[in-house]
Design a protein around this ligand. Structure first.
Ligand code: FES
Length: 389
């Protein structure tokens, strides 16, 4: 699955200020297994090559070490974390260690017995994802029949007294439904709705020509969101994350590389961001052979883009370099072939015109799709993943 914004929606700094240099946010990507086949999944394209998973004892050890280093928030993600039968055990241990725990889930596999147990064990927060407000689009985009099931899970989350946090990834195929999505959130008694426009990593990058909205679609959606914000006031908080391809300043991805974020993938690979596996020439350390402290403080992978010494122009002399850290390394690599370049979303980047072309082409494919040779959507699946391995 894709967290709302593969790069910036975890509001780490506002909750945990002033502690740069500590992996405050630990993301445990427990498994790449997932019952859904989302076309915007941020998992690596070749996830089928990484089937090995850490054991319960190894995750306990990771959580203990990261906590000793200062980690305070722990996200259980995947794939779908509920496919791990030891999830409850991991939650219990995380709570015992003093983490604030968050389950990031599609809801598939969350029964009443499991949520009751998780509540007892101290799970703090659940973020549930939907693909759309309509059964047709929800089920089409995930290639499963899961719409009603997710609605039942939403009721369970409420019943067990969790704040209702709903995440919907937006793109060309559902942006025009944003009003209906908000209405659905109101009907479900959601407290916090995260409307996150797709970030183009992993499977979303492959499907970019099909997912990229037009500027007009985005403007209409933003107007709708603003109108609902006025109408609903505090009844529903709505976060609307604009896709950075439509901006001319880059996002402060991960709050800076190796600054506050540590992801541990299912097989124990430690990553400075979810998408880092896409970068070539990196030797990512593994928690089964190195300590978390050693990885965080000394590994080349975490040092490579930490701070600003690695920067080239225009980032090197940019007054905003400590604000946006030159943007996103994975996007810089994906669009320019060099992860040390400025993120081309930035108007100062020599590659910025590429972004304009991608948006223009997306508009062209949308308005003239029938006449054009556009690659059909590629669904996340093991068979498709093996094709990328
Ligand atoms: Fe931005 Fe990797 S996703 S640095």
């Amino acid at each position: 699955m894709q967290p709302a914004n593969a790069a910036g929606s975890y509001d780490m700094t506002s909750q945990l200020p002033g502690a740069t240099g500590t992996p405050l946010w630990l993301l445990a990507e427990l498994t790449y297994r997932c019952p859904l086949h989302c076309v915007f999944c941020y998992n690596p394209l070749d996830f089928a090559r990484h089937e090995k998973e850490l054991t319960t004892a190894q995750w306990f050890d990771v959580m203990r070490q990261a906590r000793a280093l200062g980690a305070a928030q722990l996200g259980f993600s995947g794939g779908e974390p509920l496919v791990r039968e030891d999830l409850e055990e991991l939650i219990g241990e995380a709570h015992r260690l003093g983490y604030y725990t968050n389950l990031i889930t599609s809801g598939i596999g969350l029964t009443e017995a499991r949520i009751a147990r998780m509540k007892d064990l101290g799970l703090d927060h659940i973020q549930l994802s939907f693909q759309d407000s309509t059964r047709e689009m929800n089920d089409f985009l995930s290639s499963t029949r899961t719409f009603e099931l997710k609605q039942r899970v939403a009721k369970l989350i409420r019943q067990y007294d969790y704040p209702m946090v709903l995440n919907v990834v937006l793109h060309r195929h559902n942006l025009d439904h944003v009003g209906r999505i908000i209405e659905m959130a109101v009907e479900m008694d959601v407290d916090y709705l995260e409307l996150a426009n797709t970030q183009y990593y992993g499977w979303a990058l492959v499907n970019r020509a099909q997912l990229m909205p037009t500027r007009e679609q985005l403007q209409r959606a933003e107007e709708t969101v603003n109108a609902y914000r006025k109408k609903l006031g505090n009844r529903l908080r709505i976060l609307f994350v604009v896709p950075d391809y439509f901006e001319d300043r880059p996002k402060a991805c991960m709050n800076g590389w190796g600054s506050v974020f540590l992801a541990v993938a299912a097989d124990g690979t430690a990553l400075p961001c979810h998408a880092a596996r896409s970068l070539p020439g990196m030797d990512f350390p593994n928690v089964t052979t190195q300590s978390i402290a050693g990885i965080w403080r000394h590994s080349d992978a975490f040092q490579r883009y930490r701070g600003s010494d690695w920067m080239k122009e225009p980032c090197k002399s940019c007054p905003d370099k400590k604000k946006d850290f030159g943007g996103c390394r994975c996007q810089a690599y994906a669009l320019t072939g060099d992860a040390a370049n400025a993120d081309p979303v930035c108007g100062k980047s020599g590659h910025h015109n590429q972004i304009g072309k991608i948006v223009f082409d997306a508009h062209a494919t949308q308005t003239r799709q029938k006449d054009m040779n556009v690659q059909p959507l590629v669904f996340r699946s093991k068979a498709n993943s093996l094709g990328f391995a």
